[in-house]
Structures are given as structure tokens and as C-alpha cells.
Write a protein that binds this ligand. Structure first.
Ligand SMILES: Nc1nc2c(c(=O)[nH]1)N[C@@H](CN(C=O)c1ccc(C(=O)N[C@@H](CCC(=O)O)C(=O)O)cc1)CN2
Length: 338
């Protein structure tokens, strides 16, 4: 990973561009009917960015093993049987192993109590072979997700959801940053270069995506508006955005007139819907067809933000392992809020 520049390695590894520079236009899929629409919408290929980031992590893991005899270890904890969570956890385990890291999984029954889960987290905190701990969300009702995420030692909190890492992010200090918003930021920086002065509208205020996303964009010197369920006329606000990040889980919420012509749209939503042929497919929070020819750039669903979430998890785990033996942090601090 490159030691220079804020999130330098994100642009370097994921996009092949210098930190802060505006990347040259690259070959990439352009979409949108050309006739009455002036804008040829560029699809942001999250899969390809994620592959490059994962390759960089794998190379660093090999170096860490060869030079320091350390293999990063990630523990993934899943409670109960949520089909979507099972897919994500399987994918995390496979990617962790493919990156040369040690993967330990704890698949617990839905009857697991909060006390039992906290006990497991305590044991993983004390295990020196484990550098990252992740408890898959959502948790079954009856278990307080905040109590659990906050029980993870801040240095192993590769999801960045505990109080310490949330505080660090807010203050612009080095810490572990939640994977999905970190992945979104990497895509934005790689695609747009500097984000300074742009108006970003984040729709959704979850701890997992909306809030940390807003903090990251503030550190990039964006003007940030956060909209949510109770915001009147979200569409009119969204239509002012140079960058529109949507993380609501409401499929197809964003219509064409919510998008400022030429804006960059990051669609974090993933909903599985039934097709007329009796199969299922994934859709996002944006009416994708309506965004084509209107947005300047957009992340597709699938193949946009999702793959970056897992690539960032690997990257956070590698960082946590390096820090555990006192190696220098190659990620600079976020800019301190003034
Ligand atoms: N502890 C956490 N829980 C959850 C997180 C998280 O970051 N930490 N995020 C989401 C789910 N998630 C990871 O856990 C996740 C979601 C989507 C993808 C992904 O690669 N999606 C693909 C499609 C995959 C498919 O076919 O179903 C895509 O969008 O292209 C990865 C991870 C909630 N819980």
C-alpha cells in the first residue's frame, strides 16, 4: 500500500491514479440512450475496483508473513439463520482465505443469548491470533447490536462500529472505518479525484452506512446534507446533489427527477425481488433505468458498492494485524474537523 496521501492507497490500489489527482478517463462501460439524453452515464465497476484492492491486500499479506512471520486472522460471528447474512458471511470467509489470511468462523444458533455472545467476543478479544472481529448484522431480536459491537476491542473492530472508532472518525483521527462507507469513498475518490466543495446528499442515517458516510464526506471538504425518513421532500434535496449516496433499503426510491443531471450516484441498497420468470434478482435504492442518461456516474446493483464492502474488510483486517505488532500505520489520519 502506498504510504503517501490521505487514502492514497485507495486510489492507487483501487484505481491506479495518484492521490488527489483527477484520473484520466478510462475505458469503461457507458450506458444510457443517446438520442434525447445528452449524458452517457458511466457505470462505476465496483467489482473491478474491489478486485484490485483485494490483490493489493493479498500482496501485503504475503509480505507480512515473509518479513514478520505474521498471518492476519479474522473471526466472523453469525447468529441465527438469515439467508442474506449467510451468503455474506460465506463470501467473507472465502475472500479472507483467498487473501492468505486465517479465517475463523463462529456460526451460532438463533437461541444464543447476548451474554453468550459477549462471552465469545471477550475470548476473541484475548486471542492473539485474531486481529479482526466481525459480528454479522442484523442480530436476532433480543440482542443489542450496540452492546455487542462495543464489546469488540477497538483495535480489532474491523467493522469500525464501536464507540471508540466512531469517535475517532468523527474527530478525524486514525481508526478503523466502517467497510461500506469506506468502499463508497474509495470509489468516489477514484472516479472524481478531489471531492472538495462538492455538495453531497446522503439519504439514510444508519450507524452502518449513512452516518459514517457523512463524516467521511465532511473530512473530504464536501458540503454534506443528510436526509432520512422524516426529511420533507427528500427528492428536492437530492436533486441538488453533486454526489448522491442512497442507503435506505427502499428499492427504487430514487427517481429520475431526484438526480441532478451529471451527478455521481452511489447506490448502497440491495433488495432481492422476484422476477416474472419465477427467479430472483437484486435491485438497489435507485430506479436504475431512470438514472441512465441522467446521472454522470452510477454504481450498479449488483456489482457496485457490495464487492467493495468485503475488499475493505480485508484491508481493515490487514491494517489491524500490522498495528498489532507495532508496524507503522500506512493510512494517514483523516483531516481533523475544524
Ligand atoms: N457486521 C456487518 N454486518 C453487515 C454489513 C457490514 O459491513 N458489517 N454490511 C451488510 C451486508 N454485507 C456485509 O456484511 C454485504 C452486502 C453485500 C455484499 C455484496 O457483495 N453484494 C453483491 C451481491 C451479492 C449477492 O449476490 O447477494 C453486490 O452488491 O454486487 C457484500 C457484503 C449488512 N450487514
Amino acid at each position: 500500500m502506498s504510504p503517501d496521501g490521505r487514502f492514497g492507497e485507495l486510489s492507487d490500489a483501487a484505481a491506479g491514479s495518484a492521490p488527489g489527482s483527477t484520473p484520466e478517463p478510462r475505458e469503461g462501460p457507458l450506458a444510457g440512450p443517446p438520442a434525447e439524453n445528452a449524458i452517457a452515464t458511466r457505470l462505476i465497476d465496483g467489482k473491478s475496483y474491489a478486485r484490485r484492492l483485494t490483490d493489493a491486500v493479498r500482496a501485503d499479506v504475503t509480505r507480512l508473513k515473509n518479513e514478520h512471520g505474521l498471518q492476519p486472522g479474522l473471526a466472523v460471528v453469525l447468529v441465527g439463520h438469515n439467508p442474506a447474512s449467510e451468503v455474506y458471511v460465506r463470501s467473507k470467509i472465502a475472500h479472507t482465505e483467498a487473501a492468505g489470511m486465517r479465517s475463523v468462523s463462529h456460526l451460532l444458533p438463533g437461541s444464543t443469548t447476548e451474554a453468550e455472545l459477549l462471552d465469545l467476543v471477550g475470548r476473541l478479544n484475548a486471542d492473539p491470533a485474531i486481529h479482526g472481529i466481525l459480528v454479522q448484522l442484523p442480530l436476532p431480536t433480543g440482542i443489542d447490536p450496540m452492546a455487542v459491537t462495543d464489546a469488540i476491542h477497538p483495535d480489532k473492530d474491523v467493522d469500525g462500529l464501536g464507540q471508540v472508532n466512531v469517535g475517532r472518525l468523527t474527530l478525524g483521527l486514525r481508526g478503523l472505518v466502517p467497510c461500506t462507507p469506506l468502499g463508497c469513498l474509495m470509489l468516489l475518490r477514484a472516479e472524481l479525484g478531489t471531492l472538495r466543495g462538492l455538495h453531497a446528499v446522503v439519504v439514510g442515517k444508519s450507524n452502518l452506512v449513512g452516518r459514517p458516510m457523512a463524516q467521511l464526506l465532511l473530512h473530504e471538504d464536501c458540503t454534506v446534507t443528510v436526509a432520512h425518513l422524516h426529511t420533507p421532500d427528500v427528492g428536492a434535496l437530492a436533486a441538488q446533489a453533486d454526489i448522491l449516496v442512497v442507503a435506505t433499503g427502499q428499492k427504487g426510491l430514487v427517481r429520475r427527477d431526484w438526480i441532478k443531471p451529471g451527478a455521481t450516484v452511489i447506490d448502497v441498497g440491495i433488495t432481492r425481488v422476484a422476477t416474472a420468470e419465477g427467479r430472483t434478482r437484486l435491485v438497489g435504492d435507485v430506479q436504475f433505468d431512470e438514472a441512465l442518461g441522467r446521472a454522470g456516474r452510477i454504481t450498479p446493483v449488483p456489482g457496485g458498492v457490495g464487492p467493495m464492502t468485503i475488499a475493505c474488510l480485508l484491508r481493515n483486517t490487514l491494517r489491524a494485524a500490522r498495528l498489532s505488532i507495532g508496524l507503522p500505520d500506512d493510512e494517514p489520519a483523516l483531516r481533523r474537523a475544524d
